[in-house]
Design a protein around this ligand. Structure first.
Ligand code: GTP
Length: 425
């Protein structure tokens, strides 16, 4: 039986800038959403596909203890080989794949998934394999796609398909004007022939670099799957096919998007892992909607949590606390009667008694079908900080009886007063 692999493109320290200050303390792909690292959800989905034999992470992060620990725990939990290959420098979404083509092809996988780390969703991977095998014969490739609103589609890779055959006719990355509401989810299913196509682009680049001295500065080794490879593929024969999904899917670029993803992954647990969701009981905190509490956390029975709250490892939540739509990271202490809404509390932070931490959600418009979360600029055109969720970096201390509203607090800060709409540096 033919075997499959999955490659997850995890990027490196130069990616994830819109995720700061949280990505200062942890590689963004390991940031926990709904109690588990972002790419845990990818690995779990991939491990369920029949004959999936190996998960390969490609990125430019150092292979440090944190990453090794994560990979070991994934191997044990999902009984699957997990490898990490480090790019010496960011080579782009296709360049990294091409660099490690021998490792990916070892053992002759029939097909392999390529997944962007910074997306989340209820990934229909087994269905994609099924579709791929039946939609055409030969050396074709399949993209996962979903719908966006007309205006939001401009921020994504837009696909025009032949509806009868599902063959991709055009692919335009972040078009200047409207092309299509069908957008790429950053999840691809390739056969080894993809390396021939990336190889052509690679060789062209080498020639450009060698001979075209004038534009040498603009030409680089970086190869993007979307702009460079798909464009080439489509100018030749129609080798790209598209599989549609209406399942939950979102990009995960900002801290606000992590709150949104947290809510959706908790909702998915209802059917996949009901045991992960907390339930109200006698002498237990009041639980509203979907809440994940790590078994090592201590939550006072008079606290009220939810909906859509994640309480991480070793967190202590004291009496009378109210938390909703928030993530409280490992080792934080939330003292008596605090109120935390639409916020992320960084690792080992302390929030004083009767303090209120509140952010503004930037959820998609519920009245617009297929609306996605907006990735806002940090500052609006008037130069003011755009209202967003409140984020405390790691080891922040917030005193008692203050209000922290729509603010971003950098790691290690000891605040003494209230803050509103500020970045506390
Ligand atoms: P932006 O809107 O600019 O973020 O573009 P995008 O949404 O198309 O994302 P991008 O192509 O930059 O990244 C998609 C995924 O690939 C993310 O999970 C990145 O971390 C990852 N990625 C991006 N560049 C590289 C790279 O050079 N090497 C590797 N291994 N991964 C990368």
């Amino acid at each position: 039986m033919a075997m499959l692999k999955t490659v997850i493109l995890v990027g490196g320290p130069s990616n994830g800038t819109r995720f700061r200050p949280l990505s200062l303390d942890i590689p963004k792909p390991l940031f926990p959403v709904a109690g588990f690292p972002m790419i845990y959800h990818h690995i779990e989905a991939a491990s369920k596909v029949s004959n999936m034999k190996e998960i390969i992470l490609i990125g430019s992060y150092q292979k440090d203890q944190q990453l090794i620990k994560f990979m070991t725990s994934m191997q044990q939990e999902f009984k699957i080989l997990v490898n990490y290959f480090q790019e010496f420098t960011a080579l782009g979404t296709a360049g990294g794949l091409y660099h490690f083509r021998d490792q990916i092809q070892s053992g002759n996988p029939e097909l392999f998934f390529v997944m962007n780390a910074d997306v989340c969703g209820d990934f229909p991977l087994q269905q994609m394999v099924q579709f791929h095998r039946t939609v055409a014969e030969g050396d074709h490739f399949t993209l996962l796609a979903t719908e966006a609103t007309r205006q939001q589609s401009l921020n994504y890779g837009c696909i025009v398909e032949d509806k009868a055959t599902h063959r991709v006719e055009h692919y335009v990355e972040k078009p200047g004007t409207f092309v299509s509401m069908l957008i790429s989810c950053g999840i691809y299913l390739f056969g080894p022939q993809i390396f021939d196509h990336i190889g052509h682009v690679f060789k062209e680049r080498q020639v450009e670099l060698a001979y075209n001295l004038e534009s040498k500065l603009e030409t680089s080794n970086v190869i993007h799957m979307e702009q460079d490879v798909f464009a080439k593929l489509l100018s030749g024969s129609g080798l790209l096919y598209v599989y549609h999904t209406n399942n939950f899917w979102s990009q995960l670029k900002s801290a606000g998007a992590a709150i949104y993803a947290n809510r959706h992954y908790l909702n998915i647990y209802k059917s996949t892992h009901p045991e992960r969701l907390a339930k109200s009981a006698k002498d237990y905190p009041t639980i509203i909607g979907d809440v994940y509490i790590h078994p090592s956390a201590t939550v006072h029975p008079t606290a009220c949590l939810g909906p859509n709250v994640t309480i991480e490892k070793d967190v202590v939540v004291h009496a009378g606390v109210r938390i909703r739509e928030s993530i409280v990271l490992e080792g934080s202490i939330i003292q008596d009667h605090c109120c935390i809404l639409h916020s992320i509390i960084g690792w080992h932070s302390v929030v004083g008694e009767w303090t209120r931490i509140e952010g503004t959600p930037n959820d998609p418009n519920p009245n617009k079908p297929f609306a996605k979360i907006e990735v806002q600029d940090l500052f609006n055109p008037e130069g003011k900080l755009s209202p967003s969720i409140t984020v405390l970096g790691s080891n922040v201390r917030i005193p008692s009886e203050v209000i922290i509203l729509n603010s971003i607090v950098l790691p290690g800060k000891l605040l003494e007063t209230s803050y509103k709409n500020q970045i506390v540096l």
